[in-house]
Ligand binder design. Structure first.
Ligand code: PEP
Ligand code: MN
Length: 363
């Protein structure tokens, strides 16, 4: 589907990051206003706060509800900050619009469900408001695109996406693993669609918030969204990942927003030169890999003649161990060398298989 997006926030210059901050949930009027006052006038574009909270298990704090919308209205009036909240159904949309919420967002648990996305889209028909769409909980690219399309078809053209990571079953340092490639793919498919990194829900903890936000900015993300609370340890939801306004402002100062491009000629020429060298190396690597496959095919021919199995586990382990050790000396991570060699090995096996399953050429 062809989509043309309008700028998410009209007054925002393209060379500045979109910054969203505020508590996970609105808890009390005092907590909301204290946070907003600390963030006002400090370069924050949108004040976030959850009003209706989708919680994994019943009994957890499920949001303060409509009353909190009045507090967000006060935030606007008192501090001039624009406000955003999560909506998941028709009633949420109506209430949020009635209370003049500036920007709406769809949560990960909504994007995952086309019925819910369609319900929100239908409620938004004829309304002109920016909408942010979080990635679905599972790494399903099409589901994310589908939600964007549904909202777009409702007539919303000021759309942005929020990357909040993906659910993962297993050991990981993240609460939701980033799988950056999905966000990069989305950026490639929709270059005009602003993409914002929700470092809070990716990390689930405070100590790596800055690293993850910087990584996103280095990947040309258009901004970040971070949960900020005046007393994080005692927050009613997501306590482990929230930071104080002061900690947030310090992180913001340290984050570097690099420009996607420049018109500095000297820089552009040097870049061009380095890129050319990279292209040459890439080509050389492809030639080398192709030569490697020819050798694998020759080995395949010998094995076929002598009736030897393709996979020789001891040989494979030896290659892998040697490469990991050498790679480390050359500054290549074990993870990279392993993934790379596994792919090369699989391709070699495919080539050998092709040769070995050909009818034997009688000499
Ligand atoms: C949130 O932003 O507080 C939230 C509920 O996030 P997500 O939908 O990404 O889980
Ligand atoms: Mn949260």
């Amino acid at each position: 589907m062809d989509m043309t997006f309008k700028p998410l926030l009209e007054e925002k210059p393209a060379n500045k990051p979109i910054i969203i901050a505020g508590p996970c949930s609105a808890e009390t009027e005092e907590q909301v206003l204290t946070t907003a006052r600390a963030l006002a006038g400090k370069g924050v574009d949108l004040f976030r706060s959850g009003i209706w909270k989708p919680r994994t298990r019943p009994g957890a704090f499920e949001g303060i509800g409509t009353e909190g919308l009045g507090w967000l209205r006060k935030v606007k009036e008192e501090t001039g900050l624009k406000v955003t909240t999560e909506v998941a159904n028709t009633q949420h949309v109506f209430e949020a619009l009635k209370h003049q919420i500036d920007v709406l967002w769809l949560g990960a648990r909504t994007t995952v469900n086309p019925f819910s996305v369609q319900e929100v889209a239908d409620a938004l028909k004829g309304v002109d408001i920016p909408v942010l769409i979080k990635n679905p909980i599972n790494p399903d690219f099409k589901l994310w695109v589908g939600a964007i399309e549904r909202i777009y078809k409702a007539g919303i053209t000021r759309i942005g996406v929020i990357h909040r990571g993906f659910s993962y079953h297993g050991e990981t340092k993240y609460r939701n693993v980033p799988r950056w490639q999905l966000a990069i793919d989305l950026k490639r498919e929709f270059p005009d669609l602003p993409i914002i990194c929700d470092n809070s829900h990716i990390c689930g903890r405070r100590d790596i918030l800055q690293t993850v936000a910087q990584k996103a900015l280095d990947l040309n993300f258009d901004g970040y969204m971070t949960e900020v609370h005046p007393d994080p340890d005692n927050a009613w939801s997501d306590a482990a990942q929230q930071i104080t306004p002061a900690q947030f402002l310090e992180m913001k100062e340290q984050l570097i927003f690099r420009q996607p491009t420049t018109d500095n000629m000297e820089f552009l020429e040097n870049l061009e030169h380095l890129r050319h060298e990279i292209d040459e190396l890439d080509e050389e690597m492809l030639n080398l890999l192709s030569n490697r496959m020819r050798l694998a095919e020759r080995i395949g021919e010998y094995k076929q003649r002598n009736n030897i199995a393709i996979l020789q586990s001891s040989r494979w382990n030896e290659i892998l161990e040697r490469a990991v050790t050498k790679g480390k000396l050359k500054g290549l991570s074990e993870e990279f060398v392993t993934v790379y060699l596994k792919a090369v090995h699989q391709e070699s096996i495919n080539h050998q298989e092709k040769v070995m399953n050909q009818p034997r050429a009688e000499a």
